[in-house]
Write a protein that binds this ligand. Sequence first.
Ligand SMILES: [Zn+2]
Length: 275
Amino acid sequence: MPDLHRRRLVSFLGAGLCLAVPAVALAEGGPEHAEPAPRPRPKPKAKPAHAAATPAADPHAAAAPAGHAAQPAVPPEEALARLMNGNARYVDGYSVHPHGDAPRRLQVSAGQSPFAVVLACADSRVAPELIFDQGLGDLFVIRVAGNVVDDAVLASIEYAVIHLGSTLVMTLGHERCGAVKATIEALAGRGSPDDAGTRIGALAALITPAVRAVPAGTADTLDAAVSLNAAQAAAEVFAGSRPLRTRVLAGQLKIVAARYDLDDGRVTPTKTQQA
Ligand SMILES: [Zn+2]
């Protein structure tokens, strides 16, 4: 149907423009993107246990430049600390839900400089802005079942690091991941008949190396495969992109694999990608 095709084309072009506009703005060095207005101070519902870790206490939170990878807006270690502090607030029930109000929306409408990229599973229980207690403009989030890396995912990560100045990439697996579980079942010859005729097998193929890497005799094969799958994604980002690899080796970028616990909400880094 021509109309449907056109809508899809318009939608695709619209998505492309979203990517292209900030890149042009950065290249031109427009003053409106060089120094965003100070962020409004979040108002916690109760005094947080991690008071020192609130975004308002972060010296970089108020003056993060639009960002270029050559001069990271936030050092990689600090970006990781911000993520982990936000997760600690979430776990303890002291989320401050920062950067979700109208002033922040207006501020980031002029340009974005997310301090971290999170590649997470599409699972409805693993929402990065919630589990890291972040808001608009803070995270560049890519979600796909099984948090796998293909060309589109890798290109998205490259864009965020190179053009938006993100200095941390986290590949985030999670407890009891259905995509990893389905891959284990399929490899054991117990695949669902409902998957016949679907592209689910293509997704499982990307997860298969991690499942096969689980040592024989491992007590919890699924959980081990989840962690190996996240580590595999981090390794693929590192190996698959020379510009990102160069930044890692120069200390300008950190690529970290992590596991999210569905029960207690805790994110645990499991492996840092290095040369
Ligand atoms: Zn999952």
